[in-house]
Design a protein around this ligand. Structure first.
Ligand code: COA
Ligand code: AMP
Length: 630
């Protein structure tokens, strides 16, 4: 069957399609049907099944004779170490950690926050939660205490599992003081913390509250897998929205297992036993789905890479990892390739390695620019497949289903909708538009298994954010178009979300931080185009009346404030003082126009602009920091 047949078979009988995909999962009790729509437009999948994620990702492979196969390869150029963990070892390690958590009172439904760098223990912590039916929420290490505190107050975890430190090139990131600071700041207090002490930095433990990862497991009874209902939350992953309050995307257990397992062959074209590598971080959705869960559920070997595409030690690191571990399918963000291309445009570093085992490169997380795709194709000698999805969906909305049929690539398009997704381009009134016309990208409800059923304890926000603008559809927040052949083109976000080095960030959240500076009366943050990171945030601040300080002092404080409050990952390094912000007569800040000026693009100021002269001031300010007219 080709792509069209498979897509049509889903359209004709979605329930049969997803029940057949569910056969690849070990259920403790089989679900009687796939979709549960009694509470539409809130949908659930496999609700009356009973299942355990950890069993499916670990134990069942040991039972099936894969015990000696590597489950995880940790390749860490920043610590100069490499090691493998087999499926049998992984089972024992996870059962022991889960046993220790259970002995301290962690049960099905309890939340556990995980704040760890790219070490196998991060995956083990996730799997140990899954084993007990506890709901984990992994927080990316590049977020500061304040962001961690916000997540603690929302998820209300019984425990936090953290590492003593992370390692960024040139510096050790002190995780433990960040955890302590967050707990102090948060209203909700977890009962205990488990700290994985790394050699590079041994953290001070607080007696009675903090336990050492190893000591804590001493003498405990290993835990068995606890079956949970198909609609039981597997995890919460916070992602950026329009405001400073992140959205707690919920992933339900049954759909997560079925959908991720389906993608490994059909989209990434790997068979069990083969090595799959996603160069991302466990703190992002790509890390959840494609470093941890999907490869393990499918019986692959996953690579946990702790390093950067360049500088650890050089621009050949990715090629070394692919050749040394015989990676068959490789997934990363375009920004990582741009970083390599900048250091090694002719691919000299690749000459030292044999990457002939690699079948394809998959790109996602941000727009894949044609230059980068063509460069990667030429240098690496494999097909490059762009695919488009989001934290909310957990897996590909549009991609190239190479395991079914490799569709002809149209550079600039992530290809076609996957089964499960009825993707439509809508005008402002919610009517489908003609092929080739730009509009809001929406998905007809229900979304497929594995996508978010709701936001954590915020169903109203879920409805408002995603289901209200276009009744009967899920609003993706992206704008784009579809051509006559059904190929999608993703053009821009329709909200205040920007994408910096493949990391999703909220300009609204940054504005909230800047507004907290005592000398800032008003501010705006926009995302400007950046050759390496795709976008970079730039802040414009208007000073409070009477403030008479050097502008450079205020902007330096603004930069520090965002780093301290949101974290280094915000990559907020550019701020300028302006007298006024351009606005419409009704007071709406013209951010989109400011972006156009910064990117040196043609634009027409909206007819509703209050004072067009302010645009010249913005242009001058941008010129002062190297943006705008060249
Ligand atoms: N813990 C602590 N700090 C972190 C961090 C972590 N896990 N990850 C990043 N940071 C810090 C970086 O050190 C940097 O700090 P600096 O301002 O002191 O230099 C800052 O956050 C910004 O990080 P980033 O934007 O990632 O820049 P970078 O220069 O460190 O790396 C790339 C740039 C392109 C190499 C890197 O972002 C990359 O490889 N991205 C692609 C893969 C990926 O992560 N994709 C995610 C979604 S698929
Ligand atoms: P995240 O939730 O962090 O995965 O970010 C999702 C957002 O990143 C999407 O809504 C898009 O705006 C953007 N994005 C992800 N993949 C692509 C892609 N292949 N092409 C264009 N934009 C993408």
């Amino acid at each position: 069957m080709g792509y069209k047949d498979v897509y049509e078979s889903w359209q004709q009988d979605p329930d049969a399609f997803w029940m057949s995909a569910a056969d690849a999962i070990d259920w403790d009790r089989k679900p009687t049907k796939a979709l549960f729509d009694d509470n539409a437009p809130i949908y659930e999948w496999y609700s009356d099944g009973l299942v355990n994620t950890c069993w499916n990702a670990v134990d069942r492979h040991v039972e099936a004779g894969r015990g000696d196969q590597a489950a995880i390869i940790h390749d860490s150029p920043v610590t100069h170490t490499k090691h493998e963990i087999t499926y049998a070892e992984l089972r024992d390690r996870v059962a022991s950690l889960a046993g220790a958590l259970r002995a301290r009172g962690i049960e099905k439904g309890d939340r556990v926050i995980i704040y760890m760098p790219m070490v196998p223990e991060a995956l083990e912590a996730m799997l140990a939660c899954a084993r007990l039916g506890a709901v984990h929420s992994v927080v990316f290490g590049g977020f500061a205490s304040n962001e961690l505190a916000v997540r603690i107050d929302d998820a209300k975890p019984k425990a936090i599992i953290a590492a003593s430190c992370g390692i960024e090139p040139g510096r050790v990131v002190h995780y433990k003081p960040l955890v302590d600071g967050a707990i102090e700041q948060a209203t909700h207090k977890p009962e205990f913390c488990v700290i994985f002490q790394r050699e590079q930095e041994v953290a001070r433990l607080i007696e009675g509250r903090d336990f050492d990862w190893h000591g804590f497991q001493y003498g405990v009874e290993p835990a068995d897998c606890v079956p949970v209902e198909g609609n039981h939350p597997a995890y919460i992953l916070y992602t950026s929205g329009t405001t400073g309050a992140p959205k707690g995307v919920v992933r339900a257990t049954g759909g997560h297992l079925v959908a991720l397992n389906w993608t490994m062959k059909n989209i990434y074209n790997v068979d069990p036993g083969e090595v799959f590598w996603a160069a991302s971080d466990v703190g992002w959705v790509v890390g959840h789905s494609y470093i941890c869960y999907a490869p393990l559920i499918h019986g692959n070997t996953t690579v946990v890479f702790e390093g950067k595409p360049m500088g650890t030690p050089d621009a050949g690191t990715f090629w070394r990892v692919i050749s040394e571990h015989n990676v068959r399918s490789f997934f990363t963000a375009p920004t990582a390739l741009r970083a390599i291309k900048r250091e090694d445009p002719n691919g000299e570093c690749l000459k030292d390695y044999d990457i002939s085992g690699l079948r394809a490169l998959y790109l996602a997380g941000e727009r894949a620019d044609p230059d980068t795709i063509e460069w990667a194709q030429r240098i690496m000698g494999v097909p490059v497949y762009d695919h488009w999805w989001q934290t909310e969906t957990g897996w590909t909305i549009a991609g190239n289903p190479t395991g079914i049929e490799a569709m002809p690539v149209k550079i600039g398009s992530p290809t076609v909708a996957m089964p499960g997704y009825d993707v439509q381009i809508l005008d402002e009134a919610g009517h489908p538009v003609a092929p080739g016309t730009l509009g809001a990208i929406a998905v007809k409800l229900p979304l497929p298994p594995g996508t978010l059923p709701t936001l954590w304890h915020a169903e109203d926000r879920f409805r408002k954010s995603y289901l209200t603008t276009f009744p009967g559809y899920y609003e993706t927040g992206d704008a784009g178009m579809m051509d006559e052949d059904g190929y999608l083109y993703i053009m821009a976000r329709t909200d205040d979300v920007i994408n910096v080095a493949g990391h999703r960030l909220s300009t609204g959240a940054m504005e909230e931080v800047l507004a907290g500076h005592p000398d800032v009366a008003e501010c705006a943050v926009i995302g400007v185009t950046d050759q390496l990171k795709g976008q970079l945030p730039v802040g414009f601040v208007c000073l409070t009346k009477g403030v008479d300080r050097p502008h450079s002092e205020v902007t330096a404080e603004c930069v520090k404030l965002v780093r301290d409050k949101i974290g280094p990952v915000a990559a907020f390094k550019l701020a300028v003082v302006v007298d006024r912000l351009p606005k419409t007569r009704s007071g709406k800040i013209l951010r989109a126009t400011m972006v156009k000026i910064a990117d040196n693009q043609e634009f027409r100021p909206p007819a509703t602009i209050d004072d067009p002269a302010i645009l010249d001031e913005i242009r001058d300010a941008l010129e002062g920091i190297g943006y705008g007219p060249k």
